[in-house]
Design a protein around this ligand. Structure first.
Ligand code: THU
Length: 133
């Protein structure tokens, strides 16, 4: 996907920094902002497994930690290894539905398969901040 090659390349680079001694499954992510900044993340595991942080959460938290908000985000790439394309886990979908706009491109790749989706398609009928009003 030419249009997204830059964030895919950076996400694959970030994947090399994955700390995944338990699953040995490496994931990388890259958020591109509308003013052309890149924020990368990789999955970071823990011996207390539930404390593992996924790559896409690390990348989007980096963007938010640097002052960016959903309106400022152009796209996010999430890349993995293996035969199948990793799509965000349930916990990450809940985080992304709050921190991304509904139709912001989520670009997935494992080098063999590539797909562009968005959080509206990945998490329909979600519980959000709107419900708390
Ligand atoms: N993982 C991610 O980082 N992102 C995903 O979208 C799927 C799963 C990580 C969590 C864990 O470190 C490893 O992949 C296996 O579940």
């Amino acid at each position: 996907m030419k249009e997204y090659q830059d964030i895919l390349d950076r996400a694959f680079e970030a994947m090399e920094n994955a700390y995944a001694p338990y699953s040995n499954y490496h994931v990388g992510a890259c958020v591109l902002t509308k003013d052309n900044k890149y924020f990368m993340g990789a999955n970071i595991e823990n011996a207390s497994y539930g404390l593992t942080n996924c790559a896409e959460r690390n990348a989007i938290f980096q963007a938010y930690s640097n002052g960016y908000r959903k309106k400022d985000i152009e796209a996010i790439a999430i890349v993995s290894e293996g035969k199948t394309l990793a799509t965000p886990c349930g916990a990450c979908r809940q985080v992304l539905v709050e921190l991304l706009e509904k139709h912001t491109p989520i670009v997935l790749s494992n080098h063999k398969i590539e797909k562009v989706t968005n959080i509206q398609d990945l998490l329909p009928m979600s519980f959000t901040e709107e419900d708390l009003k």
